[in-house]
Write a protein that binds this ligand. Structure first.
Ligand code: ATP
Ligand code: MG
Length: 394
């Protein structure tokens, strides 16, 4: 009896016109994520089968749970469509499944099999009753025995694991995520990947005001969201000189607003260079002074590139819940400073005026400092497990 992983595509099956592109992108992503395993993939328009070594099944399933575009994952038995083979596999399957009550659901996609679905479900139910202590419960069974009779064979399974949902990463092109060490931006990154947007990340550091630990924390966060992508890059912007110039030249109350305008300007330049269509960040309406609507308007005024803020309308507790779910929370709350906090004025302006920003910025040659930031970017593009372990040693 052969075991195989069956994958249900879910949402993408509804997008008829693009289905081939969806499926080929998804296949490519799965192949990439499973590159260190010995796997064979078969697919058709509604589902995919993944064959791998028995001992790797569970591990492969774990990885698949982080691949967007999958809605259901099941480990099933695949047998020849012969009654005695099916019945033998059913008994093996129920033996491996926890629970006391069951029901059987048969889908007969291959009409060469002579017994109608309902009748066959009853027959299989009878065999299970006769050979085990299990009881039937058609309303609230502990598990359902699925019998799918298809032209390529019969598939039998009980528990379906819920997939990550969303669209395959990459079908929407690429965005540039402003990734800080906080709670919000990794969650914003996760939500964006989920909609099929591939990401590169941008991190602003201001050594010696910000530490190596702060940077490693961001890289660790990147490595966690990379489990949903596989090929995240982090561009590290040396922001010190520009930040010091802001500190020297701008009124204290406007420092954060202007610093964020500079971040957006740099993000846009990097995004264009890296072929990213949008900027993504973890801003949430009203959370801090720079995230009031007035602040957002004045900060956003420096760019025409769409800025997507996936957590804009979530409460902090909702963001924390997601951070816990994806595993970034524990890292995010490590107490390292961010460049946003080191020059934090006592009373940042909550209702900034655009004119005042423009005036303050006219006091120094920020454009050449921005160019220097972009030129001196350092890019980290490998988050293999080993490297993640290094970040673990923090
Ligand atoms: P977070 O929890 O994500 O750090 P926050 O609530 O602390 O967000 P801010 O510090 O104002 O809010 O930052 C808002 C957003 O700006 C962040 O979510 C992130 O997208 C971006 N950002 C802030 N600091 C940096 C940084 N050092 N490098 C890159 N992006 C940053
Ligand atoms: Mg922050």
């Amino acid at each position: 009896m052969e075991k195989v992983i069956l994958i249900k595509y879910g949402e993408l099956t509804t997008k008829k016109g693009n289905r081939n592109f969806f499926i080929s992108t998804l296949t490519r992503n799965i192949e990439f994520m499973l590159r260190s395993f010995d796997v064979r993939i078969e697919k058709d328009r509604v589902r995919m089968y993944i064959y791998t070594k028995k001992e790797d099944m569970n591990h492969v399933c774990e990885i698949l749970q982080k691949v967007f575009g999958l809605h259901g994952i099941v480990i099933c038995y695949k047998v020849e469509t012969k009654e005695e083979k099916i019945e033998e596999a059913v008994l093996q399957l129920v033996k491996e499944t926890l629970g006391h009550t069951f029901k059987v659901e048969t889908k007969r996609a291959d009409k060469r099999f002579p017994i109608p679905s309902m009748e066959y479900s009853r027959k299989i139910g009878g065999i299970i009753l006769k050979n085990t202590d299990l009881k039937v419960d058609v309303h609230e069974p502990d598990f359902v025995v699925h019998v799918e009779i298809r032209p390529e064979g019969t598939f039998l399974y009980t528990n379906e694991v819920v997939g990550a949902g969303g669209y395959p990463v990459g079908i929407q092109g690429k965005g540039l995520l402003m990734l800080s060490g906080g709670i919000d931006s990794p969650v914003a990154g996760y939500l964006t990947l989920k909609r099929g947007v591939d990401l590169e990340c941008l991190y602003f550091e201001s050594p010696p005001h910000t530490s190596e630990e702060a940077k490693n924390k961001v890289l660790k966060l990147a490595s966690i969201i990379n489990e949903y992508s596989g090929h995240i890059k982090v561009h590290i912007v040396p922001f010190t000189k520009l930040q010091e110039a802001i500190y020297k030249n701008c009124p204290p109350t406007y420092m954060i607003t202007i610093m964020r305008r500079m971040m957006y300007r740099i993000a846009e330049k990097v995004a264009r260079k890296r072929n990213c269509k949008i900027i993504v960040n973890g801003e949430s309406i009203g959370q801090v002074a720079s995230q009031t609507l007035e602040s957002m308007v004045v900060i956003n005024a420096v760019t025409n590139m769409p800025v997507i803020r996936p957590v804009a309308c979530l409460d902090k507790l909702e963001i924390i819940e997601l951070a816990n779910k994806i595993g970034t929370y524990e890292t995010s709350i490590l107490p390292y400073e961010d460049c946003c906090t080191i020059f934090l004025p006592k009373h940042p302006v909550i209702h900034p005026e655009l004119e005042k920003c423009i005036q303050a910025e006219a006091e120094f040659d920020y454009e050449s400092l921005i160019d220097e930031c972009v030129e001196k970017i350092e890019t980290i593009s490998s988050f293999d497990r080993e490297e993640t372990e290094i970040a673990d040693l923090l």
